[in-house]
Design a protein around this ligand. Structure first.
Ligand code: FES
Length: 60
């Protein structure tokens, strides 16, 4: 998945936007990502992807 790819198609939010929010605001939970970006707040289909992203970034 590239930075410009849409991670949440409901809100048209890219992977990069979620990534930046996680890094800048030191987000650790899905709820925080939802509050900050609105990604994952509509159908929930992208929540799993956001989860993976959270894990990926915390590992780094
Ligand atoms: S794809 Fe993210 S809430 Fe629907």
């Amino acid at each position: 998945m590239e930075k410009d790819d849409i991670i949440c198609s409901c809100m048209e939010i890219t992977k990069g936007e979620v990534e930046n929010a996680i890094i800048d605001k030191k987000l650790t939970t899905i709820e925080q990502v939802q509050d900050e970006t609105e990604a994952g707040t509509v159908c929930g289909a992208c929540v799993e992807d956001i989860h993976l992203l959270l894990e990926e970034i915390q590992v780094k």
